[in-house]
Design a protein around this ligand. Structure first.
Ligand code: ASP
Length: 446
């Protein structure tokens, strides 16, 4: 068994956590490829090293002395970890290199990536694992997009490496300029390394024991999902669960590598497994997780369409597109189309959109419904269980909650229910209870 292990910022925030990380790696000889983020927040209100670096870049752009002064605070984050761990090791030379690059007018991405770089140097020293700089193999194209082909070709040179530490979050383009992924991008590095080194498992270590079944702000200690398919994960993260970077799914998925989300503070917990659809054992209830958000607006348009039938939908959507308003859902029937958008997205644009639709499409009715919350019930087995939709809606109806909207695609991985914002929490609660009951009954059958 060979594994890639990626550790998020909260797992590397201070010496106590770094020690836990080292213990986790040493406890399992199959943990061979180590991908660290930059140190995250140590306490509420603390600042992540990456954010400090962003600030440092802004300061040094205007005043290089002040920039260097601010950089000392970043050095101190690492020095504190080194001191508290009692290590005989120093990153002074690394700091000097970064400062001299600052004097030469370094790029923003170079400076912002140093959080991961320094963490990688530190871990490589503590673990006595070779350090592999991602600039050697994670390639970006001229537009700053990840270049898959060049990357996997570049990795071939390193395919014989038995183990290494590689900082997450960045790489370089062909001319050697540092480029970074979007925020949280170390997850992507971990996934790319997993595919490139052809490991058996990608462990992604964070500060929660996987994906929670429901929002802990609504449900006390909801427990975590054992298994989630790639498809379910996409639905869960779309509506709120932000444990894993969305783009990080693709490399592992294309190589069929399972991803295990684990908790650095509770390594004994199983965590959540992200698996290819056909590897899901199905040992949980047909509902995997419940997520959702408040703050949606539903705009409905009705028209006796006749010959306009072909163009009715496109024309409406085009108005939203040209107003740069992202459309979330479009439930429709003949001559009626409802466009669901987030209230934030449409703020300040509603009037002009309605005016344009009246002018260009001339519907005989336009209705705007506000204060809508969407609750997504996610589970790939919703499709296999006859009556599942009925049961979900019944659980809501039993609480006397009115349903304003139902959206279910043919893949049936998610059932989205629109309710009044005031009923949002109550809806999540009753669906959670229903899910737990169903899971208990299921395990009694197994
Ligand atoms: N350190 C980067 C960030 O804060 C990347 C990461 O943590 O994955 O976004």
């Amino acid at each position: 068994m060979r594994k890639t292990v990626k550790f998020g910022g909260s797992s590397l925030a201070d010496a106590e956590h770094v020690q836990k990380v080292v213990d986790i790696i040493k406890a399992d000889p199959s943990r061979l490829y180590v991908i660290p983020s930059a140190p995250g927040r140590r306490f509420k209100g603390d600042v992540k090293v990456t954010d400090m670096l962003i600030k440092c870049f802004e300061i040094q752009k205007h005043d290089s002395d002040q920039g260097r002064e601010y950089f000392k605070k970043i050095e101190e984050r690492y020095n504190e970890i080194i001191r508290d761990l009692g290590l005989d090791f120093s990153l002074e030379n690394e700091y000097r290199t970064i400062i001299s690059r600052m004097e030469e007018g370094l790029s923003r991405e170079y400076l912002v990536s140093r959080g991961e770089y320094l963490c990688g140097r530190l871990l490589s020293k503590i673990l006595d694992y070779p350090f592999l700089d991602p600039e050697e193999c994670i390639r970006f194209d001229a537009r700053g997009q990840f270049d898959e082909n060049l990357t996997y070709a570049a990795f071939e040179k390193f395919s014989g490496m038995e183990k290494f530490v590689m900082p997450g979050f960045y790489g370089a383009n062909e001319s050697g300029r540092t480029r970074t992924f979007s925020r949280g991008g170390s997850d992507i590095t971990g996934s790319i390394v997993s595919k490139a080194m052809n490991v058996d498992v990608y462990e992604n270590w964070t500060d929660v024991s996987g994906f929670l079944v429901a929002d802990p702000n609504i449900i006390d200690d909801p427990g975590s999902v054992r298994e989630v398919s790639y498809g379910e994960l996409r639905e869960l993260s779309y509506m709120g669960a932000q444990v894993f970077h969305e783009e990080a799914i693709f490399p592992a998925r294309s190589a069929g590598i399972p991803i295990n989300i684990k908790n650095t503070n509770r390594p004994q917990d199983v965590g959540s497994w992200i698996l290819p659809d056909d590897q899901i054992t199905g040992k949980h209830a047909f509902i995997t997780g419940i997520t959702g958000k408040k703050g949606f607006v539903a705009m409905s348009f009705e028209k006796d369409i006749g010959s306009d039938r072909l163009t009715f939908g496109r024309k409406i959507l085009q108005v939203f597109e040209e107003a740069m308003v992202m459309v979330e859902h479009v439930p429709s029937s003949i001559g009626t189309m409802t466009v669901v958008v987030s209230a934030d997205e449409i703020k300040g644009k509603e009037e002009s959109i309605l005016r344009r639709i009246r002018r260009e499409i001339d519907p005989y009715s336009m209705k705007v419904e506000r204060n809508l919350a969407l609750v997504a019930v996610v589970g790939q087995r919703i499709a296999d269980v006859i009556g599942s939709t009925y049961q979900i809606l019944k659980a809501i109806a039993d609480q006397n909650i009115g349903v304003r909207l139902v959206i279910q695609g043919v893949n049936e991985i998610t059932l989205i229910v629109g309710v009044d914002e005031k009923d949002f929490e109550k809806t999540v609660e009753c669906l959670y209870e229903y899910r737990q009951k169903a899971e208990k009954e299921q395990s009694e059958v197994d």
